[in-house]
Design a binder for this molecule. Structure first.
Ligand code: ATP
Length: 451
């Protein structure tokens, strides 16, 4: 019977296999901050490049941007972040911990972790007060109010303030979009649940500028398109849903916001947000900067475009993919832990394994195959330990295929290819491996049924 994976198992596999480590570990760590190891970096790179491929490379109507992390602080006044990018905070006078007042149900009491804050008899919570989530810093040698600046809490504002540059130089007219990937920083009151809520994360945001009368249509389009994309990365249909915010939950300027939610081990939670932001951002920056951010049509008609924004972090996709892919199975007599990751996001696409590494014929052929394939794909050559152990190591990091060079290779120049999901093995000529792998990577992939 299939049992949903726990976050603890994901954390432990990530650590054991070098995807993600707690940060600053030799100094005792820094709560909810993580560093990515080799496979984590490869997987993040794959997620980022899939996003850029679908947003920019495969479209005519979206261009890329990379704006600065520290912007003129007036940007954050105009955007409303200085005044309003806050979460309600409560302190517990007993355990001295702080909690988000609107997420108490997701928090644990500092003295009795089985209870929520406020539930134990000696909890003593203060009234909620607003806490700004932006990290402040000083720019330059002067350390006074005039030098205060912020680490960006979202990448979107860097896009809005470049609207004029990009729309003129990229020769695009609405509807068109600007896409950006980069680090964002939020001083979250209660970070946690592994990478799900961290203080430093990599956002992938796209601002799509449209004529006002087309906003509703594009809002619906982007919800459907982003849902399709998450499924194309291998996330299962039954673990994804769209939840529309009601009017109270939405920002005052938004006429529609929907979350694409994923069924994480902690329940249904926001994976990605899609918002219809109206003309709020461009109007605010026009007012605060004095630069008109509008579109002028050939007949002289002018308007401020409306904006549809799909926004997601690599971290939330990373956790969702690991949870979706994780499985523990008994194969033959043995247990195996396997990540059924889509080949497109798997950190390593194929392993090349000489069956008997000290056999020179096998070793040379395996090495040559590895050197050929690594020019095009992320592949790994592994010659340490029993072959079964090597297969299991690759299963745990989600490598979809393993090419094994064995005795028969020496006789007829063929290798076996082992499929991670079905465990089927077939033989193919060593000279055809590269084309076989290219084809296999281009094929559509669906997660195997859960047992
Ligand atoms: P939440 O309600 O969970 O705090 P939010 O509604 O404030 O999130 P947005 O401002 O809409 O989040 O951010 C857009 C996206 O950025 C989110 O859908 C999520 O994928 C990602 N994101 C936001 N905050 C974090 C965080 N602290 N850690 C990791 N990813 C985050």
């Amino acid at each position: 019977m299939f049992e949903p994976v726990t976050m603890d198992k994901i954390v432990s596999l990530s650590r054991r296999r070098g995807f993600v480590f707690p940060s600053s570990e030799i100094y005792g760590g820094l709560g909810s901050t993580y560093d990515y190891g080799h496979y984590g970096v490869l997987m993040k790179n794959a997620i980022r490049s899939e996003w850029l491929r679908s947003m920019v490379q495969e479209r005519d109507d979206i261009v890329a941007l990379d704006s600065a992390i520290i912007l003129n602080p007036r940007v954050w006044e105009a955007s409303g972040h200085v005044a309003g990018f806050t979460d309600p905070l409560v302190d517990c006078r007993t355990c001295k911990l702080r909690f988000r007042a609107d997420k108490l149900e997701d928090s644990q009491c500092g003295r009795k972790p089985s209870k929520r804050p406020g539930e134990a008899s000696d909890c003593d919570l203060t009234e909620p007060r607003q806490f700004n989530l932006m990290f402040e810093t000083q720019v330059g040698a002067m350390q006074d109010a005039s030098s205060t600046a912020y680490l960006r809490p979202e990448t979107a504002q860097g896009i809005f303030i470049n609207f004029k540059n990009v729309s003129q130089l990229a020769r695009r007219k609405p509807p068109f979009g600007i896409a950006q990937v980069g680090k964002s920083f939020r001083n979250e009151i209660t970070p946690g649940n592994f990478l799900f809520r961290v203080r430093e994360f990599e956002q992938m945001e796209m601002e799509f500028f449209v004529p006002p009368d087309q906003a509703e249509r594009w809002y619906e389009y982007w919800i459907a398109e982003r849902l399709r994309w998450h499924k194309s990365l291998g996330l299962r249909d039954e673990s994804l849903r769209v939840r529309e915010h009601d009017a109270e939950e939405r920002s005052h300027y938004s006429s529609g916001t929907s979350d694409i939610e994923y069924l994480y081990p902690i329940g249904w939670q926001e994976l990605e947000g899609v918002a219809n932001r109206g003309n709020f951002d461009l109007s605010q920056h026009t007012e605060f900067s004095g630069t008109k951010l509008e579109w002028v049509e050939q007949d002289g008609n002018r308007y401020t475009p409306h904006v549809i924004e799909p926004a997601v972090s690599i971290e939330r996709i990373f956790v969702a993919l690991l949870c979706d892919a994780y499985d523990e199975e008994v194969v033959g007599e043995r247990d195996r832990t396997v990540l059924h990751l889509s080949p497109r996001v798997a950190p390593v696409k194929a392993a090349i394994l000489p069956l008997i590494p000290r056999d020179e014929g096998m070793a040379t052929r395996a090495r040559a195959l590895y050197e050929e394939l690594r020019r095009f794909h992320s592949v790994e050559h592994d010659e340490s330990g029993q072959i079964g152990k090597r297969y299991r190591r690759q299963d745990e990091i989600g490598t979809p295929w393993a090419f094994t060079v064995d005795e028969q290779t020496i006789e007829d120049e063929t290798v076996t290819v082992r499929d991670r999901d079905s465990l089927a093995q077939e033989r193919l000529p060593i000279g055809g491996v590269r084309a076989w792998l290219d084809d296999a990577l281009a094929r559509e992939w669906h997660p195997p049924a859960r047992s």
